[in-house]
Ligand binder design. Structure first.
Ligand code: GTP
Ligand code: MG
Length: 262
């Protein structure tokens, strides 16, 4: 490892929640990732937090291509429809924690759909994908979201991705339509991407890791506050609503303290 890389790793380990120097800029210039991070190899064994992600959307919108480009930096023009699932792993160190994402890339072809909905249940985060050059795939997002909300953990985070952003001349879905859909349906994050040019492909997985990391920290902080101020908890218990401290993402395989949705 070069000296500069070593320094970077040390800094990442030592500093907590430092404003990132290597922040990523979104299409409109906003900062997407707020923490310092270091991407680790796919076969990195150790981790502090592990989450299951599911990637859904119509056949051919580029789900597998997004994972292949965002994680392995490859792109294949040939369409090979996924049958069942394809698995990917994304490891990233955020501040002092190694976050492992176990990504289940699903098949979008209609004939296989019934195979996959059973697997939504344990996902901490779902990535719904449409292609910006196909209005039909955007219209189907409604159906994917309904199915997701019916089958998944109610606290699972949801992303919407408008892929194939390189096909601007063939665009059938405006970026504003994607943004509007997210506002109406309370989707946690929206971005356009291109698995062909690499636009935002890695950012999707970085953002997913960051949101789940934040979620974990929020829950940890809440637990610490409550153990330090048990009287606050008693006060809360006297209220109308019974105290609920369930882990919303109980699918996290960490055996550390449970966490609360952010
Ligand atoms: P299923 O596995 O059937 O659900 O499809 P999928 O959503 O995984 O689509 P896949 O990644 O296999 O991509 C389908 C086709 O679209 C392939 O020919 C890809 O090369 C192409 N493709 C994927 N992403 C992009 C992109 O961002 N831009 C362009 N121009 N083509 C893309
Ligand atoms: Mg696929």
């Amino acid at each position: 490892m070069e000296e500069t890389e070593k320094e970077k790793t040390q800094e990442v380990t030592e500093q907590k929640e430092v404003k990132a120097e290597n922040t990523i800029q979104g299409q409109s210039g906003e900062s997407i990732i707020k923490y310092k991070y270091e991407i680790l190899s796919e076969d990195y064994i150790n981790f502090d937090l592990s989450f299951k992600l599911i990637v859904i959307g119509d056949g051919g919108v580029g789900k597998s291509s997004l994972a292949n480009n965002g994680i392995k930096k490859i792109f294949d023009e040939t369409y090979k429809a996924t049958v069942g699932f394809e698995f990917f792993t994304f490891n990233v160190k955020i501040n002092d924690k190694v976050v492992k994402l176990q990504i289940w890339d699903t098949c979008g072809q209609e004939e296989y759909r019934s195979l996959i909905t059973n697997y939504y249940r344990n996902a901490s985060l779902a990535i719904m994908v449409y292609a910006i050059n196909s209005k039909a795939t955007f219209d189907d997002i409604d159906m994917w979201l309904r199915e997701l909300r019916r089958q998944s953990n109610p606290d699972a985070k949801i992303f919407l991705i408008g892929n194939k952003a390189d096909l601007e001349k063939e665009r059938e879905v405006k970026k504003e339509q994607g943004e509007e859909f997210c506002k109406i349906n309370k989707i946690n994050f929206f971005i356009e991407s291109s698995a062909k040019t690499g636009l935002n492909t890695q950012n999707i997985f970085l953002k997913a890791a960051e949101i789940l990391y934040d979620d974990y920290n929020n829950y940890q902080n809440k637990m610490i506050n409550e153990s330090e101020n048990p009287e606050d908890k008693e006060e809360e218990k006297k209220g109308d609503e019974p105290e609920k401290l369930e882990n919303p993402n109980n699918n996290s395989t960490t055996d550390k303290n449970k966490k609360q949705c952010c």
